[in-house]
Design a protein around this ligand. Structure first.
Ligand code: PGA
Ligand code: ZN
Length: 445
């Protein structure tokens, strides 16, 4: 019996033959996948991760997968049992025989084939990170084969909008250990800048000034940083917000444009399902859902927050909806809530749960799945926020995805190697676009 991929391969060959007779054989043949090589490498936390090389007759793509620490329950399973080593073996034994010979320019077909090979709903057989690395390396190889940059290949000639960088400046919660704020991330969003370079520069200024102020608040602070390059200090939520409000205001004054303040509450990690409360250990306070709503509303009002991620736990669509209804000029964004999953986002849209959605391609597995979620978000007035993971690598592909898929914001830290890799790639894209480059239209609702 023929495998489904070998039947598709036959179909592809027929298509190539047909096209060959009309004289453009070379172009079509150039995207045929010749080999896939997978290997074990490390992410910035020193954890093992998978990297994939996709080789076509005239192109090449290489992608390494990132990893989250405060993961949503509905994310795909990163690796099969046996971890990265097993995933590498699966690529050699199960995936490569099905994919080699297909056309890299048929992204949807590659992604569909990955689903078919896996057979589960959550990529537990080959691993979601395996699917992610193959899917994205395929797009990169296809772009490379056509002599285009990834953002041009995926976004076409009209792709000329740069996202605003949203950067983690002070870390807390699960991204730290010991005495730090309960809220996971304190973020800067320089949404008034005229160019990406100016926005990134302002974020770096905020990050720098924050260090100076933290030294005054915490005498023992010695410049310690989290995985994402954000400061880790012995302070509470309010102090972190006070510091950030001050630095954002100062940099806004100096730069002449708005540097907004945001938070990622990552509430699922505070939620205690038994007591039905959000447990703020440092503050020694437990808040039920109603109190959590009032607390977040108060923070938005007091600090003029323009961005709030995961203010309620990942199953509380109603809590999200109530908050979204009551705020103005603030993005309410679902990360663990949606996990880049179209079904979960469509439930959120029905319930008016939020107005923004985090896009982490490895939460869902393939590029096609992520694109579907982004399209759904845009159609329904949700702002898609392309995002890194806390355990990332110097892979820069999400910079291209943000531009190609018109995500007005990219969440990728301010400093630190893995974050800077993406930011610097956006600087290059902006330079490449030259006069055509525009900043995206960011809707602070
Ligand atoms: P991660 O989460 O550690 O799962 O990448 C970061 C975030 O919550 O945005
Ligand atoms: Zn988050």
């Amino acid at each position: 019996m023929k495998s489904f991929a070998s039947m598709k391969r036959l179909k592809n060959e027929k298509r190539q033959e047909a096209i060959t007779s009309s004289g453009i054989k070379e172009k079509v043949m150039s995207t045929v996948i010749e080999d896939i090589i997978a290997r074990k490498v490390f992410n910035g936390r020193g954890e093992e991760t998978i990297e994939v090389d996709m080789i076509t007759s005239t192109g090449f793509g290489r992608v390494a997968a990132p990893a989250g620490k405060s993961r949503g329950k509905a994310e795909v399973v990163y690796y099969p049992q046996g971890g990265v080593e097993q995933a590498v073996k699966k690529v050699e034994e199960v995936v490569a025989p099905e994919i080699v010979g297909l056309n890299a320019d048929s992204q949807e077909e590659i992604d569909k084939t990955l689903h078919e090979i896996d057979g589960s709903k959550d990529f537990r057989a080959i691993g979601g990170n395996t699917a992610f690395a193959i899917s994205l390396a395929n797009a990169e190889a296809a772009a490379n084969s056509s002599g285009l940059l990834l953002f041009q290949y995926l976004g076409g000639q009209v792709a000329n909008e740069l996202p605003f960088p949203l950067g983690n400046t002070i870390s807390g919660g699960q991204h730290t250990q010991g005495k730090s704020p309960d809220i996971q991330e304190f973020l800067v969003l320089s949404y008034g800048a005229d160019s990406f370079l100016e926005a990134a520069t302002a974020n770096v200024q905020v990050h720098k000034k924050t260090r100076e102020l933290l030294g005054k608040k915490d005498k023992l602070f010695n410049g310690g940083k989290s995985d994402e390059g954000a400061w880790v200090a012995n302070i509470g939520n309010a102090e972190a917000l006070d510091v950030m409000a001050e630095t954002c205001e100062e940099v806004s004054g100096e730069s002449g444009f708005e540097c907004g303040l945001g938070i990622d509450v990552a509430s699922s990690s505070l939620w205690n399902g038994r007591t039905k409360t959000y447990d703020y250990q440092r503050e020694k306070k437990k808040r039920d859902s109603g109190e959590q709503l009032e607390f977040i509303l108060e923070l938005i009002r007091k600090y003029h927050l323009v961005y709030v991620e995961d203010p309620f736990h990942e199953e509380d669509f109603e809590g999200f909806a109530e908050l979204t209804k009551r705020v103005k000029d603030c993005l309410i964004c679902g990360d663990d809530l949606f996990t880049t999953n179209g079904e979960r986002l469509s439930r959120g849209i029905r319930l008016h749960a939020a107005n923004a959605v985090i896009v982490k391609v490895n939460q869902i597995g393939t590029l096609s799945d992520a694109l579907e979620t982004i399209e759904m978000a845009k159609k329904n007035g949700y702002t898609p926020v392309m995002s890194h993971r806390s355990g990332d690598t110097c892979d820069w592909h999400i910079a291209h995805l943000a531009v190609a898929f018109k995500c007005p914001i990219i969440k990728t830290g301010v400093v630190e190697g893995s974050r800077i890799a993406k930011i610097n790639e956006l600087v290059r894209i902006e330079e490449f676009l030259g006069d055509r480059a525009r900043m995206a239209d960011v809707k602070i609702h």
